[in-house]
Design a protein around this ligand. Structure first.
Ligand code: ADP
Length: 156
């Protein structure tokens, strides 16, 4: 089974990495795909975010890193993904995620969205909070992989 894990990953956090590692134990392939959303202002460019993913997962042949734009279901079809994988942190994620999954199901009934509940240590963690802390020179090394800490140092 091929799982497609889409997101902004601006930047990837330890919460995302936890989901990806756990997914690797359950699926034959995990496609980690950066959404190239031109309407969303991001700190890291698509190339930077992909470079981070490639560095992190280069040793795992189950993981494919990629970027995409347009409709998620079109990309899922192109990549022959069996499921869309999303992470759930708290009830606050639930409404939006449920809406998205229903919408995707309406557009493409064959595709299932599967949710994985975030690890206990990461339920408070979000890319946007990490960015805010890093922008004030705070220590984010326990929230993101080392490669991301280094990238922050280049930015700020
Ligand atoms: P998006 O902009 O699509 O929400 P994100 O990069 O923020 O993308 O997140 C991608 C996926 O990872 C989403 O399913 C999101 O709920 C999940 N996620 C975000 N932060 C965490 C975390 N700390 N632990 C587990 N899953 C997370």
């Amino acid at each position: 089974m091929i799982a497609l894990y889409p997101g902004s990953f601006d930047p990837i956090t330890n919460g995302h990495v936890d989901i990806i590692n756990r997914a690797c134990k359950k699926f034959d392939k995990v496609i980690v795909a950066v959404l190239n959303n031109k309407n969303k202002k991001t700190l890291f460019s698509i190339d930077e975010r992909l470079e981070i993913l490639n560095t992190l997962f280069e040793d795992c042949d189950k993981i494919i890193t990629d970027s995409f734009d347009g409709l998620l279901i079109d990309y899922a079809e192109k990549m022959q993904a069996d499921v869309i994988l999303r992470g759930l942190r708290a009830v606050t994620d639930f409404e939006y995620e449920m809406q998205m999954s229903m919408f995707n199901k309406a557009l493409m009934p064959e595709i299932e969205t599967i949710f994985m509940v975030t690890g206990n240590d990461y339920s408070f963690l979000s890319s946007s909070l990490v960015k805010e802390i890093a922008s004030f020179n705070g220590d984010v090394s326990s929230f993101v992989p080392k490669v991301v800490v280094d990238k922050f140092k280049e930015k700020y």
